[in-house]
Design a protein around this ligand. Structure first.
Ligand code: GUN
Length: 300
């Protein structure tokens, strides 16, 4: 029997509509605002940023895109982040990746104040995720994948999961998130020797390695749940990291590309921005010490 298709397009539309409804409760002069820093001329990044801005406007989130030449110096970029950190009208800050090689991504991302780090890429938020702490702002793609998995109704606890790909922004946080949901997780990558064997034992497969149609139907366990994060081009057409047409005959649930994870990533970024906004509004004390979050209780 053919797999059930998990439509990220449809599920994300429901999330965005619910979010818009919540944002409508606030007066229009007090809307959440996201700042997006875009450095250089990467065409794909420009498209992603345009999509984020459009989706933000649709739910009632302001989005200020700040564009810089690829020649911008590290200190200048850090100063921009400092200003956004101190600007009370900005609730979330993201730096679109990849950055030009001349810039140290870790240093740049670390400068975003944790409460405004709505991509969850700073070491502080990845650390909170590893602690399974409720205040963690979790990066949007893994968070979106988790929501897609939960949408199937399957119980995650006790399942074996394999994540293929160990990037800092998807693979590693994905493995952590699934671990926090009591899956037994294998994090596979380009140097993994026996990938077909490892995939064949997994109840849940998250493909995030950026290799077109790498994951074959024959590798999958019967009835596996397959989530494809990849966006590749093959013969002029978009495809994922999974050989979708064959895999859908073996899996119980599978996401398409496009229309799977992509729209969820945007929806989760908007959710994180709203969550950051709410926390900043209520100025509740954080419970993990003095880290200059601006909450007014734990900070000077
Ligand atoms: N580049 C690829 N994916 C992402 C993302 O989710 N956020 C940012 N900031 N950059 C990216």
């Amino acid at each position: 029997m053919s797999a059930q298709i998990i439509s990220g397009k449809e599920i994300s539309a429901i999330y965005r509509e619910k979010l818009a409804e919540k944002i409508r409760q606030y007066p229009s002069e007090n809307m959440p605002v996201l700042a997006v820093i875009l450095v250089g001329d990467d065409e794909a990044s420009k498209i992603y940023v345009r999509n984020k801005k459009k989706a933000a406007a649709e739910v009632g989130i302001g989005c200020e895109v700040m564009e810089f030449s690829s020649t911008i110096g590290e200190n200048a970029l850090l100063e921009v982040i400092d200003e956004l950190n101190d600007n009370p009208h900005i609730n979330g800050i993201i730096v679109q990746l990849p950055l030009p090689k001349t810039l140290n991504s870790l240093k740049i991302l670390s400068r975003i104040r944790p409460e405004k780090d709505v991509d969850g890429f700073s070491p502080y938020n990845t650390g909170l995720l590893s602690y399974n702490h409720p205040d963690a702002l979790i990066s949007a793609t893994p968070k979106g994948v988790l929501e897609l998995l939960l949408s199937t109704g399957i119980e995650l606890e006790g399942k074996s999961a394999v994540v293929v790909g160990r990037s800092n922004i998807v693979g590693k946080p994905m493995a952590m998130l699934l671990t926090n949901h009591n899956c037994t997780v294998t994090l596979a990558h380009s140097k993994t020797g026996n990938l077909p064997d490892i995939v064949s034992q997994a109840d849940i497969v998250v493909a995030a390695c950026g290799r077109a149609k790498l994951i074959k139907a024959e590798w999958l366990k019967d009835g596996a749940v397959v989530v494809d994060v990849g966006i590749n081009r093959m013969d002029g057409k978009l495809c994922g990291d999974v050989d979708f047409e064959a895999a859908k005959e073996k899996a119980a649930f599978i996401t398409p590309v496009p229309g799977g994870v992509g729209p969820m990533t945007v929806a989760m970024l908007l959710e994180n921005t709203f969550a950051a906004f709410c926390r900043q509004q209520s100025a509740q004390a954080c419970d993990y010490g003095n880290h200059q979050c601006g909450c007014g209780k734990c900070c000077p």
